[in-house]
Design a protein around this ligand. Structure first.
Ligand code: PMP
Length: 295
């Protein structure tokens, strides 16, 4: 199928789309992005993702390419033209094209790219049912992890280490031995009292839209959520471990490095969370995280 992307203000065959050699995203990773999952033909938390995109742009003083309304229309059109029912939409905004110079150029137009890819739900469902293995790896990122920049090299290195270990994800560890988050996911544990523990939003983690959705969905679950850093030891000794991300929703973790969690099968609380997400994404309102991103 001929995939269509929105590049430089136009819908273009993806194979023909080109980015300028002096795009600041390409040269300086001076850009931000979002990935909106599409499940059963619906965008999940599209509003929350666009709100976080706005926040990332503001934090880096990158101009907003257009209104959220206009961008939503293009996103819908890219999903439609590529006939994506299950998959994701990728949105990237870079500061724009300008003669190479580290300092921000004046009066530059931001460069917007939107494309979509299908991805069957089978792998996610299988991971949700069986659980996944993770490893721990040092967090080698910069100090503004709350901004969703395209500067992902440290995340890629951590994910590659996971892959080489036959694991799904790497939970990253800060200088104090505390978990920050996964290379592309937020990290959660369930303690012996059944409380959910996750790192608070701040400069140290990306405030996941799925993380925010779970906090909102907890109205229904009624669990106690404690937002505080937790250590590698607490992770290994946890009753249950799970991770959240837009593409995986919630996935139980059954192994941390060489340590089996519980009996090696998804625990009861993680399973309830997985089921709650399944109900949520098949329901009418799929924007529960709207209005929840931190200013
Ligand atoms: N942390 C990082 C570093 C990520 O890249 C992602 C994926 N965007 C997440 C957490 C999860 O965020 P979300 O739930 O918005 O996908």
């Amino acid at each position: 199928m001929n995939r269509i992307a929105f590049v430089n203000g136009q819908y273009t065959a993806q194979t023909m789309a080109a980015v300028h050699v002096e795009d600041r995203g390409y040269q300086f990773s001076d850009g931000v992005y979002e990935v909106i999952p599409v499940m059963g033909g619906k965008q999940i938390d599209g509003i929350g993702h666009l709100e976080r995109l706005d926040r990332s742009l503001r934090e880096l003083k990158i101009a907003r390419p257009m209104s959220d309304r206009a961008m939503s229309m293009i996103i819908d059109e890219v999903v439609r033209r590529n006939r994506v029912r299950d998959g994701w939409v990728y949105i990237q905004v870079t500061r724009g094209v300008s003669p190479r110079d580290h300092a921000f150029p004046k009066d530059v137009e931001p460069a917007l790219v939107i494309y979509a890819r299908p991805k069957p739900a089978t792998a996610r469902r299988q991971n949700a049912e069986n659980g996944v293995a993770i490893i721990t790896a040092p967090d080698q990122r910069w100090a503004r992890r709350d901004i969703k920049t395209v500067s992902l090299l440290a995340n890629c290195i951590a994910k590659q280490a996971a892959k080489e270990a036959g694991a799904y994800e790497a939970f990253m560890v800060d200088g104090d031995g505390m978990i920050t988050e996964g290379s592309s996911t937020n990290a959660w544990i369930v303690d012996q009292e059944g409380r959910l523990i996750t790192r608070p939003a701040g400069n140290e983690i990306l405030n996941g839209i799925t993380r925010l959705a779970l906090i909102a969905l907890n109205q229904e679950l009624g669990l106690e959520i404690v937002e505080r850093p937790f250590s590698v030891e607490e992770l290994r000794d946890a009753r249950e471990v799970f991770l959240t991300s837009a593409s995986g929703l919630a996935l139980p973790v059954v192994k941390v490095d060489d340590k089996v969690i519980g009996n090696g099968r998804p625990g009861s609380i993680s399973t309830r969370i997985v089921e709650t997400f399944e109900r949520y994404v098949s329901g009418a309102d799929t924007n529960i995280a709207a209005g929840k991103t931190v200013a």
